[in-house]
Design a binder for this molecule. Structure first.
Ligand code: IMP
Length: 210
């Protein structure tokens, strides 16, 4: 990928360990200009890993190792979620399945959003942040995974607005822009978002990667 002050050899192929189309679009846009071939785990027929851990970083690492093991290639994974201050950080690592696991991704998103809006209805503090842990392993047993982290602060609004993005974006309101994350165009979201920040931090660290 990027050559810099370190001795890193360019990575020619990389698998993104995610089956979430929304995330894949965002990650591929940022990695595109780096000049390595980006594959997805679905294209390689690799099933999604379990996410059994209590922390985002452990889950991201588990996903990356799972894909690197099967693909025999470097793998990049993120684990992310929305954390509401008044709910003590919930849904947090449970964001994807906050309202259960039984439906399609679109139905799950709709139920998750309803549950979050309902949980916050009685609260005066609607502040929330997205968090993303982004992990890159060169191989499944990599003893030095690269980790990037990103936060994105906003507030949860009951009214859904916008058609871009995915997940909680229509309810994630950015007071300084007067828009929800789903009203941003993809470039703007990538510039500001937890995932964009985490990935750029990770890419920066690649310079020193042996
Ligand atoms: P996981 O990282 O696969 O466990 O899923 C993270 C979940 O957090 C997603 O399914 C969404 O519900 C939520 N999430 C993470 N990032 C975003 C985002 O950028 N916009 C909207 N929802 C997000």
């Amino acid at each position: 990928m990027r050559r810099g002050r370190g001795r890193m050899r360019p990575m020619r192929k990389l698998v993104i360990a995610s089956g979430n189309a929304g995330k894949l679009r965002e990650i591929q846009t940022i990695l595109g200009p780096l000049g390595c071939e980006v594959l997805t785990q679905a294209a390689l027929g690799i099933a999604e890993a379990e996410e059994p851990h209590f922390t985002f970083i452990e889950n991201a690492l588990a996903k990356a190792r799972h894909v690197a093991q099967i693909a025999g290639l470097p793998a990049l994974a993120d684990d992310s979620g929305v954390c509401a201050v008044a709910l003590g950080g919930e849904p947090g690592v449970h964001s994807a399945r906050y309202a259960g696991n039984s439906a399609s991704r679109e139905e799950r998103d709709a139920r998750n959003n309803d549950k979050l809006v309902t949980a916050l209805a009685a609260c005066t503090d609607h502040r929330a942040y997205y968090y993303c842990a982004m992990v890159l392993v060169r191989h499944a047993a990599d003893p030095q995974p690269l980790i990037g982290e990103g936060y994105w602060w906003g507030e949860i609004r009951a009214e859904a607005r916008g058609r871009n993005g995915f997940g909680y974006d229509p309810h994630f309101f950015l007071p300084e822009l007067g828009k929800t994350a789903a009203e941003l165009d993809p470039e703007q979201k990538n510039r500001l978002s937890h995932r964009g920040r985490a990935l750029r931090q990770l890419v920066e660290k690649l310079r020193d990667f042996p």
